[in-house]
Design a protein around this ligand. Sequence first.
Ligand code: ZN
Length: 426
Amino acid sequence: MSSALCPPAPEITVTFTTLSTMTRKTLALALSLSLLTSSESCPLDSTNPLQSPKPASTSPPQTCQKSQLRLSTPTTGFTPWTHRPTCTTVSPKGDELCVFTDATYFSGRGLSIVARPEVVDKFLQEGIFPGRQNRPNAKEKGDVKYQILPHPKMGTGLFVKPGKSYQAGEVILTDYPTLILPAEGFEGADADVLHEIMWQGLLQLPKEGRNATRNLAKSKEANGVDEIVDLVDTNAFTHEEGGGIFNVLYPLASRMNHACVPNAITRTNGTTLALEVIALAPIPSGAQIFNSYLDPSSFSSSAERAHALRATWSFSCGCDICSGKGVSASDARRREIKKTRAQLENSKGNPEEILRWSKALLTLMGEEGMVIPRGEYFELAAMASRYLGLNGEAKGWAKKAKKHWDVVLGEASEQSKAMGELERAL
Ligand SMILES: [Zn+2]
């Protein structure tokens, strides 16, 4: 929506946006994954302690193709890459994918990118991967207040250390990718060829990065899905950059478990591809840090969420609005939110109506514990009340809008600056 500071036009256009630029765990993986689903499995690194053998009843035929993989070895002359980039034509139309590896990235954890070469050229031209001297250093962690712990029902999770806490808007951690893979489809591509290229990217990583990536959760092992497809399907964040769409694996951030009303959000830096995990609300000592694998702006019902989570991540959500007595109240509230949004959309620019329904939505979302979708309604309430000459009320809404964007998008965001200016102008 517009955050312009000029007086609103007599008719306020109401548009609904989700925070589509924020990366989030991929819900519907792009076409490439439908191409990549395979019953083949290739246990290429038997040193992985978590790579347990599958039960005989579900174990697919082993068709390990390690001998066919053309792994590059470390060499010089390809700065910033530490390995000779190798390229493969993956489709009858001539689409080409190349593997680029920098084994020094993030203090030796490494990074491999599988992408069209022109996309990676664009990355480098635009400085998206800064020179080695500016590369992120894993040792510079500062005051780490989180820890990864086992959980009886959720495998492992990210928790606040005892005696520590986070404020709303605080950066909990910053993670960097180990593997960037294409999330676009290539018409007529051979799934085996695509598999091999992705495996090459993974196996060219140094041991630390390889193990950190392969030790991530896999939700489809029992179905015989190829390990690398499973890793992407279960853990990848989607990101658009340089004309490409990617599935990006962040070994630390991917440890976060899901809650339908999350207490954290992720934000990607478009230049460094660093992924920040931000507290959405105060998170106390010992609490688990959750993000939402689903669109946190969606008002889907418990049944719809259960279906989506089961289909993609193979688990049932046990959060407060998915199990126990909170379910029916939450579902009813979400139906009410949808109804109220329809009333707001039908308000035809009438400022009284816009103010009324925006306030109603903010109350309902507050009761539901939803943070993310509230920003645009704070802004609408500010603009509508200003138009009605209710400057005191408008100032209050602008202040809340700014505080919201400070947390969700950061103080440097355009939205935050615009609401700060509006607040000062009133
Ligand atoms: Zn849930």
